[in-house]
Ligand binder design. Structure first.
Ligand SMILES: Cc1cc2nc3c(=O)[nH]c(=O)nc-3n(C[C@H](O)[C@H](O)[C@H](O)COP(=O)(O)O)c2cc1C
Length: 203
């Protein structure tokens, strides 16, 4: 199905094609994801970098209509549940808070887990899939439903699947699906000398 949607990043400088085409849809096809494609997402996550190679990431994967999918879905807030009914795969990303180096809370476990999900997101594009990360869910309910140990922290839920037609969404969400994607200017985020001073690498 060819959708008349221009979601590609309007980059000022060239970037790789998968990153350029990545975006977070809410309309997914009601179509299962092949197991071998799904596994590649986690393989990419597994090979991302982490502080001290601690690999704090863990993933709970629900494949619709299995019991895990139902449980992950039930933790989502109302706004997210509205569009996730059609999403074939729901993944909960969980971070190990504790560093094995000193037994203290790692200052980078969330950073590391987020980075593994970034790798997963790009691999999804490579497999012809899209993902949509969500922070809007109940951490408490997740901990309870999945018996997550105290030393682990649920961080995000990630919907994954084939991109669908925005027509399946309620009107309000359909409009959001068609919005132009925007970003801060590079001048606002790359500094040199001191914080806030735009770097001269930006013309
Ligand atoms: C940590 C995180 C939490 C997010 N939480 C939600 C959410 O609860 N619901 C939602 O619809 N989108 C959520 N998003 C998606 C963002 O809104 C989206 O990534 C952002 O608007 C940029 O759009 P793009 O991914 O299409 O480039 C989240 C994204 C991230 C990375």
């Amino acid at each position: 199905m060819e959708l008349n949607m221009d979601k590609e990043a309007k980059t000022t400088y060239p970037i790789n094609d998968l990153a350029k085409k990545r975006w977070s849809p809410r309309a997914f096809l009601d179509q299962p994801v092949e197991k071998e494609k799904l596994i590649s997402l986690f393989e990419a996550a597994r090979w991302s970098a982490s502080g001290g190679n601690e690999q704090p990431w863990r993933f709970i994967v629900g494949v619709r209509p299995d019991d895990t999918w139902q449980k992950v879905f039930s933790t989502l807030n109302e706004g997210n549940q509205e569009w996730n009914q059609h999403v074939p795969v729901l993944i909960m990303a969980i971070g190990n808070k504790i560093s094995s180096w000193d037994g203290a809370i790692s200052p980078v476990y969330q950073y590391d887990t987020g980075q593994s999900v970034a790798h997963l997101s790009i691999e999804a594009m490579n497999q012809g899939l899209h993902v949509h990360q969500m922070g809007g869910f109940s951490y408490e309910k997740a901990v309870e439903l999945f018996n997550i140990p105290e030393t682990f922290q649920p961080l995000t839920i990630i919907g994954a699947g084939y991109i669908g037609n925005p027509e399946i969404l309620p009107e309000k969400l359909k409009q959001r699906e068609l919005l132009e994607r925007i970003r801060k200017d590079l001048k606002e985020i790359i500094f040199s000398g001191k914080f806030g001073n735009t770097s001269p690498i930006i013309e």
